[in-house]
Design a binder for this molecule. Sequence first.
Ligand SMILES: *Cc1c(COP(=O)(O)O)cnc(C)c1O
Length: 359
Amino acid sequence: MTEDSPDLKPATIAVTAGRPPHEPDQPLNTPITMTSTYVAGGALEYGRLGNPTWTAFEEALGALEGGRCLAFSSGLAAVSTVLDLVGQGGKVVAPKHSYTGTLLQLADLESRGRITTELVDITDTAAVAAACVDAALVWFESPTNPALELADIAAIAAAAREEGAYVVVDNTFATPLLQQPLSLGADIVVHSATKYLAGHSDVLMGAIATADDELYAVLKGRRDLTGSTPGTFEAWLALRGLRTLHLRIERAQSNATELARRLSEHAAVSETRYPGFGGIISIVLAGEALAADLLVQKTSLWVHATSLGGVESTFERRRRWKAEPATIPDGLVRLSVGVEDIDDLWRDLVTALDTLIVE
Ligand SMILES: *Cc1c(COP(=O)(O)O)cnc(C)c1O
């Protein structure tokens, strides 16, 4: 494996990190190492404890986030491993509009008396800082899913650190190309690699990154013990996806910027939320839930599907999920803007939207 020079730019890291050394007859790409065990006497020993294909992915994502990375079987496996850092009865502060799977995990842990939670409006920095008192762990999403609210990560992280709390940022939406939470004071970054990192809607995988060696060792120990490890082929696909992360983000973002502008002027749309970066837009339909449910059935390019961050444009009405907080508008549709041609995407969307204009 190559050591990456710290001053390489993200696009170069995405392409070059986690490759075999440049030596005669070395493959350019890290092979898919399918094995459950290793000849005894080395560092790996058993398939649950490590795999060279995971390592290649971990080197690449770690270099992008500015820390050391561990790959997991899914984003929620990574979330669960991080929440397990909280001691019995410890307090977790999290955005009230976090990803539903994270909210469900928090509620489950609280209902079993494992933790207490305080859900906050992550945009209200002073209120979040006040909630950090006596916290064991402060969880961030920024932008939040699907409300697309932004947090002042550096300010809240400073308040949380003063309380001795772990600072954790779910960086799934922004990716390390648009936001590097470890440099803003976070202890741990969490990813659903299922989304932008892998980027082709063909993999379930998660990851964490930390610049703290002790924390890395604790989290690696938890992964070893629980076996929440990724498949080898998944790690290989995620690394293959990561090679073009910068190109996909660039195109998704330029498409999203233009679509958000056009959507905000459309009569069927009462509200457009776009944080100014990334590839996710949320719109609220003037005709509310009914119009939203119609919209997702009326397009041909845009696919009605959950998840996000793939090359293809997908959308869904988030409140169709029972676990989505009631403070998310009923008629909110989250759009994951892909890398297709902007004019084709708009024509497909506007044709469907035009049928929904409320007289
Ligand atoms: C999808 C998602 C997760 C969960 O990841 P999985 O890979 O589906 O387990 C966590 N956080 C955010 C922000 C997500 O969008």
